[in-house]
Design a protein around this ligand. Structure first.
Ligand SMILES: C[S@@+](CC[C@H](N)C(=O)[O-])C[C@H]1O[C@@H](n2cnc3c(N)ncnc32)[C@H](O)[C@@H]1O
Length: 148
């Protein structure tokens, strides 16, 4: 019960993720869920994460797996993912293997895996753990990083 009361009193802010109303080096942890495909300026968001995290603070980024999703990855066959040309392009697209999902409606920014991970390092965030989930091939990539 005490833990619930503490959570209920956490402050909430609604803002541009690239301009957080949070002081420098002031928070112990930042979590980003399903955002790196949905914010074209996501690398600026990573720099903002590094700004608000205190040194040694932890950042967890969980999002669409860059290797198996995007306009180039066809999940029409439930037993396999057909990867077409496009992985290396790193672009915003509304292309999707299905016209039923959200991506065909709002689109997504695809970034190849090295572009995404190198942007962490460029922002001053050193990743120390990764995980991927989904079947039969990963859908989600999670990265934990520490602010230098
Ligand atoms: C795929 S949704 C994920 C939402 C939520 N994190 C979740 O897991 O359900 C991406 C969200 O990012 C928001 N968004 C896009 N650009 C943003 C920005 N610059 N700052 C804050 N939010 C943004 C969109 O409005 C959308 O709600």
């Amino acid at each position: 019960m005490a833990a619930y009361d503490e959570i209920a009193r956490l402050p909430i802010a609604q803002a541009d993720a690239a301009r957080l109303p949070v002081p420098d080096s002031s928070v112990a942890a930042v979590v980003s869920v399903l955002a790196h495909t949905d914010m074209p300026a996501y690398f600026a968001v990573l720099r903002e994460v590094a700004r608000v995290l205190r040194p040694g603070g932890v950042f967890v980024n969980l999002g669409v797996h860059p290797c198996f999703c995007g306009g180039f990855a066809d999940r029409g066959d439930p037993a396999a993912v057909l990867v077409r040309p496009g992985y290396l392009d790193g672009h915003w697209t509304k292309e999707s293997w299905t016209d039923q999902g959200i991506r065909a409606k709002v689109g997504a920014t695809h970034r190849p895996l090295p572009a995404l991970l190198n942007a962490f390092l460029d922002a001053g965030l050193t990743f120390d753990r990764c995980a991927e989930t989904g079947a039969p091939l990963p859908i989600v990539l999670a990265v934990r990083a520490v602010n230098r």
